[in-house]
Design a protein around this ligand. Structure first.
Ligand code: MF3
Ligand code: CO
Length: 295
């Protein structure tokens, strides 16, 4: 692989970002700053992870469809409904708006959305047999492709009367994401964010899943970096303006141990079958802070 971030560009040549400006008047200082931080031993983003204005516009269009899907699910979700019906809503809404559901046929995933109930941590597969019942919590994880641009976000839904301790898990997990968002600051590290997310979960007595986390997202479904929420301040990749990634901690009421469904090869469960919650946003690092593109 060519590490584009290491290739030198002539000061007067056009900038790599497509702005049409000369490199010296555009990203030259930016690249020098990143290089200096890399030389201190930190992980830094490749140029391929820095989105151009045009790419960000594309991701915004994709996100619009993704959020419309989750809004439609929010309107319709109720006890007695099958997760297949949720899949139908997502498929129909996406296609009507000119998008493609990103999960469909992704590495063999058979449906258009992930629906993960109670002890299902993530990657639950919708079907007619999974009927929502009073007291369930469910994560609906939606991802969309529009004009080749990817969006990705997920929300939790409470079905009817949910036990107070389970409601609290859902609420604290949402707070974890909100705290994560506030820690997305240019020239800070992903570990600065991850540590704060982790602390809020553990202070409430919960465990955070280690093996699965967030990811860069926009030009592909899953790009670098891997975004951990079991990380330490000052570690992990540097956040720079133009990066787009997800914040999507999976927070467990009991153990952080998980296992994969042996039959379908997708669904992840908590090892102790206690509930797990997850919210996901897709976020852009800006010059001054961040902008949530998709929720
Ligand atoms: N939407 C999930 C994520 O947040 C990925 C699902 S992959 C699928 O990364 F194939 F299961 F859809
Ligand atoms: Co994701």
């Amino acid at each position: 692989m060519i590490r584009l971030s290491e290739s030198k560009i002539d000061r007067n040549a056009p900038c790599w970002c497509g702005s049409g400006k000369k490199y010296k008047n555009c990203h030259m200082e930016f690249d020098d700053k990143i290089r200096a931080i890399r030389l201190q031993g930190h992980s830094v983003p490749d140029r391929s992870l820095i989105k151009t204005a045009e790419q960000i516009e594309g991701i915004r269009r994709s996100a619009k469809v993704n959020m419309a899907c989750l809004d439609a699910v929010a309107q319709a979700i109720h006890a007695g409904m099958s997760t297949q019906e949720i899949d139908d809503i997502v498929y129909d809404t996406t296609v009507k708006m000119g998008g493609i559901p990103a999960p469909l046929h992704y590495e063999g995933f058979p449906k258009s959305v992930c629906t993960s109930i109670n002890e299902e941590v993530c990657h639950g597969i919708p079907d007619e047999k999974h009927i929502l019942k009073d007291g369930d919590i469910i994560n609906v994880d939606c991802s969309t492709i529009v004009d080749g641009y990817f969006s990705d976000s997920s929300r939790m839904f409470l079905i009817g009367d949910v036990a107070d301790d389970v409601k609290k898990l859902v609420q604290v997990t949402k707070e974890c994401v909100e705290i994560g968002i506030s820690e997305v600051v240019p020239w800070h590290f992903l570990g600065d964010m991850g540590e704060k997310v982790h602390r809020h979960a553990t202070e409430n007595g919960y465990k955070v899943v280690r093996e699965i986390g967030g990811h860069g997202c926009g030009i592909e479904f899953h790009e670098d970096p891997f975004v951990s929420y079991v990380s330490k301040a000052g570690e992990e990749m540097l956040m720079v303006p133009g990066m787009v990634f997800t914040i999507e901690p999976m927070v467990n009421m009991g153990t952080d141990e998980i296992y994969e469904d042996a039959d379908n090869g997708w669904t992840i469960y908590t090892a102790d079958h206690k509930p797990s919650a997850q919210w996901e946003v897709q976020i852009l690092v800006t010059e001054t802070g961040n902008e949530v593109l998709c929720w």
